[in-house]
Design a protein around this ligand. Sequence first.
Ligand code: DX5
Ligand code: ZN
Length: 222
Amino acid sequence: MDGEILIAPSILSADFGCLAEQVKQAAEGGADLIHVDVMDGHFVPNITIGPLVVEAVKRSTALPLDVHLMIDSPEKYLDHFIEAGASWLSFHAEATNHAHRLIQRIKEYPSVKAGVALNPATPVTYLQYILEDLDFVVVMSVNPGFGGQGFIPSSLNKIEVVRHMIDSQGLDVKIEVDGGISDKNANKVVLKGAEIIVAGSAVFGAKNIPKAVRGIRKAASI
Ligand code: DX5
Ligand code: ZN
């Protein structure tokens, strides 16, 4: 760990009627990445956005887009989301039988970081033979599908175990934690070894978006 914490506001809780403006406010508050939740109504019981919106968000900000695919058959859409502007791209372990192949496909784009997301019930052993190929692991601290859910406490242990796996192999893989994070618990996930904090409702549900981003960063600095 190099100690740098990245804050990634999730636009899932933003006002899509003025998305560009809200992303700008998150950037003003010092966001490092913009987290984009892609849902297909199959892998998760909700439908959100596709490559067209990713492209529009890309045009609205200089910040890197962290695209989180919560979709079945991610292999069909990887290229579309990368072409639309994803700089960080994660797919779900549970959504494919071919994680290794998909990671290699993402790595064909040298500027794109490859991540795998684990649902709360998915064991960390899934990572054993792919960890060294990853740029980041997304530990889901809610069941994917909706913003504004409560943080699942067992995620803390999971972060710690993944951190140990990474460090004991001397790897440079970041841990992103996604779901139910606010200025009340950001320090807990960082203490366990998380380096990227996703926050949706805690940022875009706040009256003052820049202040909310700053508050989470402050809470996360340990
Ligand atoms: C959940 C999404 C999360 C979510 C985070 O399916 O992957 O990124 O938007 O939102 P909060 O921070 O409100 O839990
Ligand atoms: Zn997400």
